[in-house]
Ligand binder design. Structure first.
Ligand SMILES: C[S@@+](CC[C@H](N)C(=O)[O-])C[C@H]1O[C@@H](n2cnc3c(N)ncnc32)[C@H](O)[C@@H]1O
Length: 406
C-alpha cells in the first residue's frame, strides 16, 4: 500500500506511527524471541503504531509474520492492538491464508473468529454501512466507532483503532446502476458452454457462466427436498442465463407459479427471444427485486415454497436486506430459501467469514441454515473458463439451504 503518496494521511503523528509499524516489521524478520517482539509492541500505544504497514516486496503485514512464526500469543496481541486482518500480500494471501497453509488451526481461528465478530458488530451498529471488503484496491481508510468489547475468545478489541479498508467499485461489477446501463453479450464458447458477459471498460466480465450449472442443479434439488411438489410456487431473483429457472421448469412437476424478477433490458430481451414470456405459469416482473419485494405481485401470492436470489453487482449489505424479507416470502414449514454464495470467493478466509456472517444473521431472523458443498474444481482445472472465472477461484461452492424455525 503506497500511503507515502497520499499527503492527507501524512500528519507527523501518522508518520511516526508508520515508522513504528515498519520497525516492528523489521524486528519480525529477525531471529528475536517472542518476548523481545512483544516488548516493542507493548511499548507503543495503539495510536503510536500503524499495524497495517506492509513490507514493500512481499506485501507481508505484521500479522503475516506473527502467523509465520507460529506464535498464537503474538497473533492474539496484534489482533487486540488492532492489526488489520484482510491485507493481502504480493501473492494475494491474507495472514489467515498463511495460517491455513501451515495447518495452524489456532492462529487461523484467532483471526477468523475475531474478525467475524468485529464485522458482525459493525454490521449491527452501523446499519451495515461499513462492511468487509476484499481489498483488491484500497481507496480509503476509515475509523469505525469507538467502543471496545471482548470477543468469544476473550480477545479485547478496540473498535476505535480498527481500520476498515474499503474498495470503491463503480464498474458494472460493483454498481447496479452501471450494470443496468452496460451492454450484455450472450455467447456460446468453443466448448459449447453458455456465457453472459458484461462490458466493463476494456474487458468483459462474466455475469453468469455455464460452470455454475452444477450449483444451480443441486440448489433446485435441495429446494425441492421434503416438498410434495404439488402446487410448488417459486420466486427467483436474477435470470442471467436462466439456468436455475430451466431446472425449476424441468423438474418432474413444474411450478404452479414461477415468478422471475429481472431488471436488465438485454436479459429481458433474451428471455423474450427464448419464449419465457409465453410459458405457462411463468410471471416475469421487469425491474429490481427492491422494486417488487413489497408489492402485491409478490406478497399477494400468499407465500412461496422456494425463494432464490442470485443478482449481479450487489454487496453483502443488499443481500442482508434480502435476508430480512425472507420470513414474509416463505409459505410454510417446508418452504426454503437459497442464494448464490459468491461472497469473498477469491479467498478461503474471506469465504469462511462471509459464510459465518450469513449464518449468524439468518439465525437472528429466525432461520436455520445448512450448507452443501459443490465441487467446482474440475470446471476450474480444465481452464475452459479462463479469465471469466476470476470472481470465484475456490474449488468448492457452498450452497445455503435456509428454513424458518417454525
Ligand atoms: C448471476 S445472474 C443470475 C444467474 C441465474 N441464477 C442462472 O441460473 O442463470 C444475475 C442476474 O441478476 C440480475 N440482477 C441484477 N441486479 C438485480 C436486482 N437488483 N434485482 C433482480 N435481478 C437483478 C442481472 O441482470 C442478471 O440477470
Amino acid at each position: 500500500m503506497n500511503i507515502d503518496s497520499d499527503p492527507k494521511l501524512l500528519s507527523p503523528e501518522l508518520k511516526a506511527a508508520i515508522d513504528a509499524g515498519k520497525r516492528l516489521l523489521e524486528l519480525l524478520t529477525q531471529p528475536l524471541s517472542h518476548e523481545e517482539i512483544a516488548q516493542y509492541l507493548e511499548s507503543k500505544s495503539q495510536d503510536e503504531i500503524a499495524l497495517w504497514v506492509q513490507e514493500d516486496e512481499t506485501g507481508w503485514s505484521v500479522l503475516h509474520f506473527a502467523v509465520h512464526r507460529r506464535d498464537p500469543e503474538l497473533t492474539r496481541a496484534l489482533i487486540e492492538a488492532g492489526a488489520v486482518w484482510n491485507l493481502v500480500d504480493a501473492c494475494g494471501n491474507t495472514a489467515g491464508d498463511v495460517a491455513l497453509s501451515l495447518d495452524d488451526e489456532e492462529c487461523y481461528r484467532l483471526i477468523r473468529d475475531a474478525e467475524f465478530l468485529l464485522h458482525l458488530l459493525d454490521t449491527r451498529a452501523q446499519d451495515e454501512d461499513e462492511e468487509m471488503e476484499e481489498p483488491s484496491t484500497i481507496s480509503s481508510i476509515q475509523d469505525i466507532g469507538a467502543d471496545s468489547y471482548s470477543d468469544t475468545k476473550g480477545i479485547k478489541r478496540r473498535k476505535g483503532n480498527t481500520l476498515v479498508l474499503r474498495a470503491e467499485d463503480s464498474t458494472p461489477a460493483g454498481s447496479t446502476e452501471a450494470f443496468l446501463n452496460a451492454k450484455l453479450t450472450f455467447a456460446t464458447n468453443k466448448q459449447g458452454q453458455d456465457l453472459c458477459l458484461v462490458d466493463s471498460g476494456s474487458e468483459q466480465v462474466g455475469v453468469m457462466m455455464g460452470w455454475e450449472r452444477p450449483i444451480m442443479e443441486e440448489t433446485v434439488r435441495l429446494l425441492h427436498k421434503d416438498n410434495d411438489d404439488t402446487d410448488f410456487r417459486v420466486l427467483n431473483c436474477g435470470f442471467g442465463l436462466g439456468i436455475i429457472d430451466t431446472y425449476f421448469q424441468k423438474w418432474p412437476t413444474p411450478p404452479s407459479l414461477h415468478v422471475i424478477i429481472e431488471p436488465h433490458p438485454d436479459v429481458l430481451a433474451h428471455m423474450r427471444a427464448r419464449g419465457w414470456y409465453d410459458m405457462a405459469n411463468v410471471r416475469i416482473l421487469e425491474g429490481k427485486w427492491q422494486d417488487f419485494i413489497d408489492s402485491d405481485e409478490i406478497l399477494g401470492v400468499g407465500g412461496f415454497d422456494a425463494v432464490y436470489t442470485d443478482v449481479f453487482s450487489e454487496d453483502y449489505k443488499q443481500l442482508y436486506a434480502f435476508f430480512e424479507r425472507v420470513p414474509e416470502l416463505l409459505r410454510g414449514e417446508n418452504s426454503k430459501f437459497s442464494f448464490f454464495h459468491g461472497l469473498g470467493a477469491t479467498n478461503p478466509l474471506f469465504y469462511d467469514i462471509y459464510t459465518n456472517l450469513c449464518e449468524m444473521h439468518l439465525k437472528e431472523l429466525g432461520c436455520t441454515v445448512s450448507w452443501t458443498d459443490v465441487d467446482v474444481h474440475t470446471a476450474q482445472a480444465d481452464g475452459i473458463w479462463g479469465e471469466t472465472r476470476k470472481y470465484f477461484s475456490l474449488p468448492y461452492c457452498r450452497i445455503p439451504l435456509v428454513k424458518m424455525d417454525i
